[in-house]
Design a protein around this ligand. Structure first.
Ligand code: GLC
Length: 704
C-alpha cells in the first residue's frame, strides 16, 4: 500500500472518538496561558485512550519518550504523537529576535538560522515549530512586532520562504528538520491601537495586497501548517471565519495542510460573543476549517454529538484526520516514532557551528543608525561602557525557547573576552565619579528589558526611560565620543538620542552572542550592514507610520511642509526618524548611471535595471541596494513606493560594481478596482536606492 492507502486503511479502523482525538493538541504540565497546573494523569489516560493527537511545550526528552511510548504501545491503534514548540528565534542557541533578523535583508542568513534552530530542536524530540510569524506590522506599540519580519510584504515574503526552507529542509523525514507552521492567519499585526488581541478592520484589498503575500510565499514553499489568529477580521474571529479559511486559505491560496487554532482561540468565540456554548464553538470552528484545536477541548467534548446529530459530516472529520496523519507520515513518525529522542541530546545544543551562525546573525541584524565618525573605534583605545545593559545578559527577548540568559555574553564581558580594557559604570552615580573625557569611546546602553516586548506586551509609551535619559544626558554633556547602544524588542522613540549622540547602534535583542557581535561592530572587525525592516517614528503621535503609504489628495508640500491644507501635523513633521530600508555602514557608497534594458515590457519580456555602485571609502562593506516601483496612475490608490527586489552587495574599498535587477510584469501588478490581479497597461517608475528614500528613477510602460 502507498502512503495514502495506508492512511485510509488506518482511518477505516478508527472509532469516531479516536478520530476526534487526532484533532486535539494539548499542553502537558500547565496551561500555557494561565500557568495553572494540569492533571498530568488525566492527560496520560487521554493518550492511552487515543484522544490526543499532539502535545506542545514539553521539552524533557525522557518525558517525551514516555508520552510517545504510551501512545504507540498502550493506545488501541498506536498512532504516534507529534510534539510542537515555539522555536521562534532559536531553540537553545538564541538568535536575534525576528524583527532584527529581518533587518539583515539576508534570506540566506534566515535559512541558516532556521536550519540551526531545527537542528537543535529536532535532536531534542521536537517535530514542529510554530514559526515563521509573518504578520505585517506598522505599530510598534504592539509587543509582537519583535517576532515579525517588519512592515513590508515583499521582504516578509522572501524571509517567510527562507524560514520554511530552513526549518523543513528537503524532507521532513530527514534528521535536523522541523515541520513549520506559518502564523497568524490573518491580519493579527493590524490590531487596532497596537493593543494585543484587539479588533482588526481592514479592506479585502488590504488583505490581499499587504497581509497575504508572506502567507502565499510560505505555502508555496511547502509549509506544513497554518495557525489562525486571535483577532476578529471581517466581523468574525479568524479562527471561525469561513471566508478566510475556506475561500481564501483553501481555495485561493491552495493550502492543503493542517490548519491549527491558536491557544484557546476556539473557545474565545464565547468572549467574542459569537457563540454561547462550547458545542457552538466546536461547530463554528470545525465548520470554518480548523483541523487541530490547541489548548482547548471544544472538539473533544462536542464534535462526536455534532456528527451523530448530522450537523457535521463524518467525511469532514475524516478529511481533517487525513491531514493530521499525513503530516505524521511525512515526519516519519509511523516509520520510527522514537527517532528524535536522542540520548545525551545536549551534545547537539550550543555547538560552535550554531554559535557562529548566531554571531553572524547578530552582526548582520544590528543597525548603525548614526555615525559622526567615532566608529569604528580601534580596540587599543580607551572604552567606557555605561548603563543598565552594560553587564546585562537579558538580551534574548521574548520567545526565548530554551535559551538561558546566563549563556548570553554581555557587552562588558565581550570587551574583556576580546582583550579590550573597559571601565564599566552601570548607574549614573557610578559614571559621575569618572572623568569621561579620558575615554576615546563612551558606550551608553539604553532600552527595554527582555520582557517588555512580545505577546501581551503592548505599550503606550515608547520613549526611553527617564533614568536612562538622565544618564545619557550626563554622558553627552561630559564627552563628545558617545555611542548609544539601544536594546529593544521594537522601534522606540529615540529622537532625542539621535540629536545628541555621536553614533547609534540599534541592537534590538541580539541573543546568545549579543556582546561579541557589538564589540566586533564597534571595533570594526566587521562593518554594520543592517537596514530598518520597520519605520522608526520621530514622534509617537505619528503611529502608524510606514513607507508604503498612499499619496492622498493633498500630499505634503515638501517646499512648505507646514502649509495648512495638506496632509501634515501643525506640531510635528510627517517624516520618520529613520525610514524603512535605512541603515549605515562604515563605507561611503554612491549609486549612479541607472539604465533600463527596455522602456516597455509585456508578459513575455522583462526589464533589466542596471545601476553603478561605488564604495568611495577604503573600507570593505556590504550595502543593501533596494529596487522599488511606483504606479503613476492606477484604478485604485496604490502606495507611493513598493519594494520589489533587493541585493546585499559586498564591496572592497574603492571598488565599484554594476548591479542588475530583473523585473517582470508580475512585479508591477496589484488588485484593481474589480479585484483583478493586473498592471492595467500603465506607466510606472522604477526607483533604486539604499533605503526607501530612493535616489535614482526611470519610467517604464507595462503592458499585460
Ligand atoms: C500563543 C501565540 C502563538 C503561539 C502559541 C503556542 O498564544 O499566539 O503565536 O505559537 O500560543 O505557544
Amino acid at each position: 500500500m502507498n502512503n495514502n492507502e495506508t492512511i485510509q486503511h488506518l482511518i477505516a479502523q478508527m472509532s469516531l472518538v479516536e478520530k476526534i482525538g487526532q484533532l486535539q493538541q494539548t499542553s502537558y504540565f500547565s496551561d500555557v496561558i494561565t500557568g495553572s497546573e494540569l492533571d498530568t494523569s488525566e492527560t496520560l489516560q487521554l493518550i492511552r485512550d487515543g484522544k490526543i493527537g499532539s502535545i506542545l511545550s514539553v521539552h524533557d526528552v525522557k518525558i517525551l519518550r514516555e508520552l510517545q511510548r504510551l501512545a504507540v504501545e498502550e493506545s488501541r491503534l498506536g498512532i504516534p504523537l507529534f510534539f510542537a514548540f515555539d522555536v521562534i528565534h532559536g531553540y537553545r542557541t538564541a538568535f536575534p529576535i525576528n524583527l532584527a533578523l529581518a533587518c539583515s535583508f539576508d534570506p540566506l542568513l534566515i535559512e541558516q538560522v532556521a536550519t540551526a534552530s531545527a537542528f537543535e530542536a529536532s535532536h531534542s524530540g521536537m517535530h514542529l515549530t510554530f514559526s515563521p510569524m509573518v504578520d505585517i506590522v506598522r505599530d510598534p506599540r504592539w509587543g509582537r512586532v519583535m517576532e515579525s519580519n517588519g512592515e513590508d510584504p515583499f521582504l516578509s515574503s522572501v524571509l517567510a520562504a527562507a524560514y520554511v526552507k530552513g526549518y523543513q529542509g528537503k524532507n521532513l523525514h530527514d534528521d535536523g528538520t522541523l515541520a513549520a507552521c506559518v502564523k497568524h492567519f490573518a491580519g493579527y499585526g493590524f490590531s487596532e491601537a497596537g493593543r494585543d488581541y484587539n479588533t482588526v478592520d481592514i479592506s479585502n484589498r488590504q488583505l490581499f495586497t499587504t497581509i497575504l503575500p508572506p502567507f502565499r510565499a510560505a505555502i508555496d514553499a511547502g509549509v506544513a501548517m497554518v495557525m489562525t489568529g486571535f483577532n476578529v477580521l471581517f466581523d468574525r474571529p479568524a479562527t471561525a471565519n469561513d471566508y478566510l479559511l475556506q475561500d481564501v486559505l483553501r481555495q485561493q491560496l491552495q493550502f492543503q495542510g493542517v490548519i491549527i487554532s491558536d491557544y484557546s482561540s476556539t473557545e474565545e468565540l464565547m468572549e467574542h460573543k459569537v457563540a454561547s456554548t462550547i458545542k457552538e464553538v466546536a461547530y463554528q470552528c470545525f465548520s470554518a476549517g480548523i483541523d487541530h484545536e490547541m489548548g482547548a477541548t471544544s472538539f473533544q467534548t462536542s464534535l462526536a454529538s455534532l456528527v451523530q446529530e448530522g450537523e457535521i459530516a463524518l467525511s469532514d472529520i475524516d478529511a481533517a484526520v487525513h491531514r493530521l496523519l499525513t503530516l505524521k507520515q511525512k515526519l516519519g513518525l509511523f516509520a520510527d516514532p522514537y527517532r528524535r529522542f536522542y540520548h545525551h541530546h545536549e551534545r547537539f545544543l550550543l555547538t560552535e557551528e550554531t554559535k557562529q551562525v548566531a554571531l553572524d546573525a547578530a552582526q548582520k541584524s544590528i543597525i548603525l543608525l548614526k555615525n559622526s565618525g567615532i566608529l569604528p573605534c580601534r580596540s587599543d583605545k580607551r572604552f567606557a561602557v555605561v548603563g543598565p545593559f552594560a553587564t546585562s545578559q537579558d538580551l534574548i527577548g521574548e520567545w526565548p525557547g530554551l535559551a538561558k540568559k546566563e549563556e548570553v555574553i554581555s557587552l562588558a564581558d565581550a570587551f574583556l573576552a576580546s582583550g579590550i580594557t573597559v571601565d564599566v559604570f552601570p548607574t549614573l552615580d557610578d559614571v559621575q565619579l569618572a572623568s569621561l573625557d579620558q575615554y576615546d569611546l563612551v558606550v551608553v546602553t539604553l532600552g527595554e528589558n527582555g520582557n517588555e516586548a512580545g505577546e501581551g506586551y503592548s505599550k503606550v509609551d515608547l520613549s526611553i526611560k527617564k533614568e536612562q535619559l538622565n544618564m545619557f544626558d550626563y554622558c553627552v554633556s561630559n564627552s563628545n565620543h558617545v555611542l548609544a547602544v539601544v536594546f529593544a524588542g521594537r522601534p522606540l522613540i529615540i529622537t532625542d538620542i539621535d540629536k545628541k549622540a555621536q553614533a547609534i547602534l540599534y541592537a534590538f535583542q541580539p541573543g546568545t552572542q549579543a556582546g561579541l557581535a557589538l564589540v566586533n561592530l564597534i571595533t570594526g572587525v566587521t562593518s554594520p550592514s543592517a537596514k530598518c525592516a520597520m519605520t522608526f517614528p520621530s514622534h509617537q503621535g505619528q503611529i502608524p507610520l510606514y513607507y508604503n503609504h498612499f499619496k492622498t489628495g493633498r500630499p505634503i508640500k515638501l517646499d512648505d511642509p507646514m502649509y495648512r491644507y495638506r496632509t501634515h501635523y501643525i506640531d510635528h513633521s510627517n517624516e520618520p526618524l529613520y525610514p524603512f530600508g535605512y541603515g549605515l555602514h562604515y563605507g561611503v557608497t554612491v549609486l549612479s548611471s541607472m539604465s533600463l534594458s527596455r522602456q516597455e515590457i509585456t508578459p513575455s519580456t522583462s526589464v533589466v535595471v542596471r545601476v553603478q555602485i561605488e564604495n568611495q571609502s577604503g573600507v570593505t562593506i556590504t550595502e543593501v541596494v533596494q529596487c522599488y516601483i511606483e504606479a503613476l496612475t492606477y484604478s485604485v490608490a496604490r502606495p507611493v513606493n513598493e519594494l520589489k527586489s533587493f541585493q546585499r552587495v559586498n564591496l572592497l574599498g574603492q571598488q565599484n560594481q554594476t548591479i542588475e535587477f530583473e523585473l517582470h510584469v508580475e512585479d508591477f501588478k496589484s488588485y484593481n478596482i474589480d479585484m483583478i490581479w493586473t498592471a492595467e497597461n500603465r506607466d510606472y517608475l522604477i526607483k533604486v536606492g539604499t533605503s526607501s528614500k530612493t535616489v535614482l528613477t526611470e519610467k517604464i510602460h507595462i503592458k499585460d
